[in-house]
Design a protein around this ligand. Sequence first.
Ligand code: ADP
Length: 295
Amino acid sequence: QVTIVGSSNVDITALMARLPGPGETVLADSYQLSPGGKGANQALAAQLAGAATEFIGAVGQDSHSEVALGQLDEEGVKLDRVARTIEPTGVAIIQVDSGAENSIAVVSGANSTVTGEAVKAAGAIEGILVLQGEIPASGIKAAMDAATDRIVLNLAPVIELERDYLLKANPLVVNEHEAALILAQLDGSESISTEAEPVIAQKLMDHGLASLVITLGANGCLVAEQGSEIQQLPAVKVKAVDTTGAGDAFTGAVAARLAQGEDLAEAAVFAGRFAALTVQAHGAQASYPRSLENL
Ligand code: ADP
């Protein structure tokens, strides 16, 4: 069992020749509504990677909520503890130009109500807990306090979290930029390290993390566990067309395989194969493999 406590959004993506400047209106060519939010993406990935998965979060009492939760519902993710709030469903308003440059405004909406109080009220957390940085820190901490199994922490975006809570991650799963930001947080330093990823990984482990995965895009990932050497796992060589949601696919798949009893390196190898499938198709949730036959 995997339980995700996190965000769900609707991505409103408009395609246009060029992005509007301040005060300007441009005519866009088309738009699309698609489900997103790191929590929801990771919940779908965990379910598709073979774990019985529950998503705990919040959406509004609006029609966007159906888009936000549609895929999760269709694939059988448990949604009984998703709150329906007066706040609207979270949205990401995304403008993309013909050169694939984008500008994005995120409205947290209902996600901002996933506070410590709300998470406490939701009750027991079953199985492996997966968290991201798109809900209030109080919600993250309350979920950690209620966890009874390992905690997969994908602190993206990086928000402030006390050291004791950061160190509950087992593993912390982050990309190289996030890893450097979290190291600065743990060091209490203003400056962000530009050292090589294995050095950053070692320094994070020296702070006392039980385990760590740093994802490196097409270069695969680093896996670190207390008591063993840091391993670099290569990515699968594929032609990437859209890497949106690849990190979420990876995190959800790692959690699913840990829940099935694999060790962290085995889970990361599987997650790398799972994520590599997703970069070969467009979209986030739309690109996640509905069958594991090709893995
Ligand atoms: P994020 O989007 O959070 O920065 P990454 O870009 O590091 O995450 O991607 C997460 C994982 O997805 C990588 O560790 C890798 O396994 C897989 N992945 C991402 N991009 C590619 C790619 N171009 N080819 C193969 N695998 C990829």
